[in-house]
Design a protein around this ligand. Structure first.
Ligand SMILES: [Zn+2]
Length: 283
C-alpha cells in the first residue's frame, strides 16, 4: 500500500508512553469476561488469548517503543485518515448525514477501556459506548508471525475493520443488534454476531475500493494480502489451527470463505446496500 507522504489523522489517542496497568496474573477474570462481551473484535479467538495466566506484562513502567512500533503508528495514522475521508464521502452520498469519525487509541502492552481491559493478546477491538477503537501496535507482528497474515494491506484491513464497526455504530446498527441479542439464546446471538462481523468485512472492502479511487493507494498484491488475512482469521481456520473441532454454533465472526466473500462484495460494489448481511440466507 502506498501511504507515505499522506496526511495522518488527528483522531489518535496515543497511550503508548503511559505506564501499563499493574495486575496480578493475566487479563482474565471479570475484565476478561467484559472484553469478550462488550468489544467487537477483529476476529482473533479471544477465548484463547484473553486469559494469559502469568505470562502477561506485570510492569507498570511504559513499554519500550521500537522503530517498528513507530512505523506502525504512522501507518495506522495515515490509514485512519484515509478512512475519515472515504467514510465522510460515503455518508454524504449514500447516507445523507455527516460522518463523525472515531478515535483510535494506540497502546503498547495494556490499557483500559469502557469495554474492559485490553492487551496486545486480545487483539484490536472497537468499544461502542466510547466510540473508540483500540489497537496495540505490536498486534501487527502477531498478525504476521502468529496468524500468518503479513503485509501492510493486511494491517490496513485490521484498521478498516475496526472503523467499520464505528460506521455500524453511526448507522444505529449496533444498537439494534445488541437489543436483539440480549433476548437470544447463545447460539442465535453468535449467529447475529457473525452477521455484524461479516458486514464490517464488507464495509472494509468498500473502504479499500474508495481509498484506491481517491488516493491510488493499492499496490500489486494488496488485495491478496487482505484476502489472506480474512482467511487466516476465519473462525473455522482459527479453531482448526488451535487443534479444536470446528464448531459452527460457536462462530462469532464467520468462516474464512465468508469473510473473504463479504470483503470482496464490498470491494466490488462500493455500496452500503450490498453489505446487508442481515437480510440474506446466504452468508
Ligand atoms: Zn469485528
Amino acid at each position: 500500500m502506498k501511504w507515505q507522504g499522506r496526511r495522518g489523522s488527528s483522531n489518535i489517542e496515543d497511550r503508548r508512553r503511559r505506564g501499563g496497568v499493574r495486575r496480578a496474573g493475566g487479563i482474565g477474570g471479570i475484565a476478561g469476561v467484559l472484553v469478550l462481551l462488550a468489544g467487537l473484535y477483529f476476529g482473533v479467538d479471544t477465548s484463547e488469548f484473553v486469559d494469559l495466566g502469568g505470562t502477561g506484562v506485570q510492569s507498570s513502567s511504559p513499554a519500550e517503543i521500537t522503530p517498528a512500533d513507530e512505523r506502525a503508528a504512522q501507518f495506522v495514522s495515515v490509514t485512519l485518515a484515509d478512512t475519515e475521508e472515504v467514510w465522510a464521502d460515503i455518508f454524504v452520498r449514500q447516507v445523507g448525514q455527516p460522518y463523525d469519525a472515531p478515535t483510535l487509541v494506540l497502546f503498547k502492552g495494556e490499557t483500559r477501556s469502557a469495554c474492559g481491559g485490553a492487551s496486545a493478546a486480545t487483539g484490536p477491538f472497537y468499544c461502542p459506548p466510547e466510540r473508540k477503537a483500540y489497537l496495540d501496535t505490536a498486534f501487527f507482528t502477531t498478525l504476521e508471525d502468529r496468524l500468518g497474515a503479513g503485509g501492510d494491506f493486511a494491517a490496513a484491513y485490521v484498521v478498516a475493520h475496526e472503523v467499520a464497526h464505528h460506521v455500524q455504530n453511526e448507522l444505529g446498527i449496533l444498537d439494534q443488534v445488541n437489543q436483539l441479542r440480549a433476548q437470544m439464546s447463545e447460539t442465535d446471538s453468535n449467529a447475529m454476531s457473525v452477521r455484524v462481523e461479516l458486514q464490517a468485512d464488507c464495509f472494509s472492502g468498500i473502504w479499500a475500493r474508495r481509498a484506491q479511487q481517491k488516493f491510488g493507494s493499492l499496490e500489486e498484491g494488496d488485495i491478496a494480502e487482505a484476502m489472506n488475512a480474512a482467511a487466516q482469521i476465519g473462525d473455522d481456520m482459527i479453531q482448526r489451527n488451535a487443534g479444536q473441532r470446528v464448531q459452527p454454533h460457536t462462530f462469532t465472526h464467520g468462516t474464512s470463505a465468508q469473510r473473504q466473500r463479504w470483503f470482496r462484495r464490498g470491494l466490488e460494489s462500493g455500496n452500503l446496500t450490498a453489505c446487508d448481511t442481515f437480510s440474506t440466507n446466504r452468508l
